[in-house]
Ligand binder design. Structure first.
Ligand code: NAD
Length: 488
């Protein structure tokens, strides 16, 4: 059957300009999701195009993805990224992936052995927050998690990402192989620390001497990752098929913007990512905080209030001048003052974010961004609220954003239509919503310690401001509530 490996593609399609036969698996990546395909793999491909080399990637999927991986194999591990910008679209065929393994297709043992090959230098991950199996209340490995409990019982046949990493490191140590670098590329605060906690937590439970060896020999650099990559849809795949003249089931569309900031602390080498524009730094946390608060914080604000107002996509919100002004004010007046980054033009950064959000070709759904809010709200909005309560700043848009989340998880939009609320705490939230009246809703949801912690729900100014924002939202609806604040 014709596919992107065998078809003659239009001349406008960028293709690997390097010798793919030289690739070896030097990077093993967990989670061949939308983001990795358009971010880390693409930037590694860019370095290969510039310098050549052997930095191939083996893609691993544990729980699903067998169809995707079968399709990837059938097209010689090539796939398409379509960058969609104001100036037009650029299709790129990515060649950096040289193999893939799937638990269902190949078995876990083959996956573990792949990590043990001596030339493997980096294990990277985009497995979303829940993949790390960390208990949010303690910040440590959740030993009650069923996969972790299984792996502690069966350490040589693990199911979880932390269990696999520890078993692979155990085997490497026993065989006298050097360790590898573990590189989390998930959009979670202090991702290097989170994956370190997960791996060392698991290793400690198994064997303290192994944990010590890992602590001495493995590094866990933190990263800040940025590129908007909406999930593939039948429409986005059709658009790519029309562009190429052949279908690519592994293809993904994204915006042209891309940023990756990495702590430069690798134990067994790395691709020269800086040649592809990646920023290698000593401390990634100020960068991560800037991105989580300015980009993700305003994204969540637009997602909750925009969804309630009937806007399906982020770009639809940006066509409403009040939403656009409110997002920019949120970034510059309420988020920027809380940051500790230096040497960055934050006004320029905010303007570039507004332009990216307005990209009409991306079709980034407010519903998709609104998902898992209980996990996102703390780092995107509530840490900034805490800063303002301590430092005396202005935070009415943050309050409206938090009230917007409360209204969203209450399950009805401003037209009275039901909302499909997806969240790891959905059951708990639904119970609180059902057992409270509209007037009681804020107090009811503030009992969610996982989201609000202990102190914030006791703070009189926080309670007062949040109630005021909630009332404005219930009385005026999201469109007018946003407009009133934006017009101030
Ligand atoms: P996705 O759903 O397309 O991919 C998620 C991947 O994680 C899949 O391969 C899935 O199999 C794997 N996975 C899920 N649960 C797992 C578990 N328990 N253990 C192991 N693997 C598991 O999502 P995505 O858009 O690729 O996002 C992945 C990560 O990238 C997220 O942390 C997200 O915050 C981050 N990110 C995404 C974007 C974006 O625009 N899509 C932008 C920046 C950062």
């Amino acid at each position: 059957m014709n596919n992107i490996a065998s078809a003659t593609l239009p001349a406008s399609v960028k293709r690997p300009g390097y010798d793919r036969r030289a690739l070896q698996t030097r990077i093993v990546h967990f989670g061949f999701g939308a983001f990795h395909r358009a971010h880390q793999a693409l930037l590694t491909d860019r370095v290969l195009n510039q310098n050549g080399g052997d930095w191939g990637i083996c893609e691993i999927s544990l729980f699903s993805g067998d169809e995707l991986m079968s399709a990837l194999r059938a097209q010689d591990h090539l796939y398409t990224v379509l960058e969609k910008g104001a100036e037009g679209n650029q299709p790129i065929i990515i060649g950096a992936v040289n193999e893939c393994l799937n638990a269902k297709l190949d078995g876990m043992e083959a996956i573990i052995e792949k990590f043990c090959e001596p030339q493997v230098a980096i294990v990277s991950l985009t497995i979303t927050e829940k993949g790390y199996c960390i208990d949010p209340a303690t910040g440590h490995l959740d030993t009650q998690n069923s996969r972790i409990a299984h792996d502690l019982e069966n350490p040589h046949a693990p199911h979880s990402a932390p269990g696999l990493l520890v078993e692979a490191l155990h085997r490497r140590r026993a065989r006298g192989h050097a360790a590898f670098t573990v590189l989390s590329c998930d959009n979670i605060p202090d991702n290097g620390h989170v994956v370190r906690e997960a791996v060392l937590g698991m290793a400690h439970q198994r064997d303290p001497a192994l944990a010590e060896w890992i602590a001495e020999n493995v590094t866990f650099p933190g990263t800040m990752v940025d590129r908007i990559v909406p999930a593939a849809t039948p429409e986005s795949l059709q658009e790519i098929a029309d562009t190429l003249g052949v279908a690519d089931p592994c293809a993904i569309s994204c915006e042209p913007f891309i940023q990756w900031v990495i702590e430069d602390n690798f134990v067994a080498g790395r691709p020269a990512w800086e040649d592809a524009g990646v920023q290698m730094v000593d401390d990634v946390l100020p960068w991560e905080q800037m991105k989580l608060r300015m980009l993700n914080g305003s994204h969540s604000f637009l997602a909750y209030l925009g969804y309630l107002a009937g806007y399906q996509h982020i770009s639809d919100c940006m066509n409403d001048t009040h939403f656009r002004d409110a997002a920019r004010q949120l970034m510059l007046r309420e988020q920027a003052p809380t940051l500790r980054i230096t040497g960055v033009d934050l006004t320029g950064y905010a303007d570039s974010l507004i332009a990216r959000f307005a990209n009409p070709s991306l079709k980034h759904r407010t519903w998709q961004i609104a998902m898992d809010g209980s996990q996102k709200l703390p780092q995107r909005m509530l840490d900034s609220v805490r800063w303002h309560l301590q430092n005396g700043g202005e935070w009415s848009l943050l309050a409206l954003g938090v009230a917007g989340w409360m209204r969203y998880v209450s399950g009805l939009d401003d037209n009275g239509q039901p909302i499909d609320v997806r969240d790891p705490l959905a059951d708990k939230i639904a119970t609180l919503v059902q057992s409270s009246s509209e007037e009681e809703r804020v107090s009811a949801l503030l009992t969610l310690k996982e989201v609000f912690g202990e102190e914030l729900p006791q703070h009189p100014l926080f309670i007062h401001t949040l109630h005021a924002a909630w009332q404005s939202l219930c009385r005026l609806g999201a469109k007018e509530a946003v407009a009133r604040l934006a017009r101030r």
